[in-house]
Design a protein around this ligand. Structure first.
Ligand code: ZN
Ligand code: ZN
Length: 393
């Protein structure tokens, strides 16, 4: 285990209170900077030359996009999940925001990382995220008894998760076979009451004809998560952000909060976005074919006006470890939506199944008369126990 090295030489404050000289951080309810000491509030300063929510043409992306976060931070890389998270220079991080591993090392911030164009500021206050975590924990069944003490409430952090969003026009040409159903009356022989009889039935057939067409579509803000810390299925199930509330990036939003550096670069993210667009076009073209059935659909897509944005989206993460496995609880920092993972206690589940089995056995003994039905009940219940144990291993 490597302890994070403490932040080196004391750095000057990024956002200094004009009133008392104290440190200012981004405050959710003020929706601006607020002094930690005298509570003085100011709007988030917009850096000179801020471009606002401009989309950058994909082809020139790497050359044109500005770099860095525009604010001094220190970065910690997790040796376990690989996420690199930046914090304020005076914050000491000793465990990973995403997996709670202590194997984190301070790394120099990569000055070549593309700067976010936009972000959605945190709108849900931290106390509300903690409350959601508490009630989520309280609502869990069949979990280890010490889970509540393991999942420490104070270990919930607001982190800006990196995403790419893409816009594009797509022109699709498609070819397929369009099928129309028709029915024919067929006669067949059947045996009824020991006699062979002739019956009729309606049988469905498909008549196929060639079909082709083209269509034009526009895709807006196709989101690709660029985080290494969030497991992909969690990040995808969580892509419910309202991107109409994106604000132009300003470093002040990060004051007092964490931010992850993207781990999926622009070209790889574009490949992912294209597969989202292509499956969208596949089903739109399928709808265009018409008829009763479709086969052999081939779609060719041509992209135009592809643009991208690098955006940061707000998520509260409470990471905790159980039996040295990481589990995460997430709150969408914009909508308050909740996702969580927690270990099951197989001891409690097995005990519960055994109690149910015991009740069934007791009922069979009391009410059953030893006929076939009651004999059938037991093996099924035992089979359920065995099945649950298999699922565990
Ligand atoms: Zn102040
Ligand atoms: Zn980690």
């Amino acid at each position: 285990m490597t302890q994070a090295e403490p932040a080196t030489a004391q750095q000057p404050l990024q956002f200094q209170c004009p009133q008392c000289g104290g440190e200012m951080i981004f405050d959710v309810s003020a929706a601006g900077l607020k002094c930690k000491y005298c509570k003085h509030q100011t709007p988030v300063p917009v850096p000179a030359g801020a471009r606002g929510a401009t989309e950058i043409p994909l082809r020139e992306g790497y050359q044109r996009a500005p770099r860095g976060l525009g604010v001094a931070t220190i970065s910690f890389q997790c040796r376990e999940c690989g996420a690199t998270v930046s914090t304020a220079p005076n914050e000491r991080t000793v465990s990973c925001t995403y997996c709670a591993s202590h194997s984190v090392v301070q790394t120099p911030a990569d000055p070549n990382l593309i700067q976010p164009e936009t972000l959605i500021p945190f709108r849900i206050p931290r106390e509300k995220a903690v409350d959601s975590f508490k009630s989520w924990l309280a609502g869990l069944w069949f979990r280890p008894s010490n889970l509540k003490s393991m999942a420490k409430l104070e270990q919930i952090f607001g982190v800006y998760v990196p995403y790419w969003t893409f816009d594009a026009d797509v022109h699709s040409r498609w070819q397929a076979e369009r099928g129309w159903f028709y029915y024919e009356t067929e006669t067949y022989q059947a045996v009824e009451n020991g006699e062979t009889v002739t019956r009729t039935r309606e049988v469905r057939h498909t008549r196929w004809e060639p079909a082709w067409g083209e269509r034009q579509d526009h895709y807006d803000d196709v989101l690709v998560c660029a985080s290494k810390g969030l497991p992909e299925e969690m990040a995808n199930s969580f892509a419910t952000f309202d991107t109409t509330h994106l604000m132009a990036y300003a470093p002040g939003y990060l004051a007092g909060w964490r931010a992850e550096s993207y781990a999926i670069d622009l070209p790889s993210a574009w490949v992912k976005a294209q597969s989202t667009v292509e499956s969208g076009q596949q089903s739109k073209c399928r709808g265009d074919v018409g008829g009763d059935d479709v086969r052999g659909l081939v779609v060719q897509n041509q992209y135009a006006n592809e643009t991208f944005k690098h955006v940061l989206l707000p998520v509260y993460v409470a990471a905790y470890r159980y039996n040295d496995k990481p589990f995460r609880f997430l709150v969408n920092g914009q909508t308050g939506e909740v996702r969580g993972e927690a270990p099951y206690s197989w001891v409690k589940i097995t005990l519960a199944i055994l109690v149910v089995v015991a009740i069934i056995v007791a009922l069979v003994l009391v009410f059953g008369r030893g006929d076939g039905d009651s004999a059938l009940l037991l093996p099924r219940a035992l089979d359920a126990t065995a099945h649950a144990q298999r699922a565990h291993t």
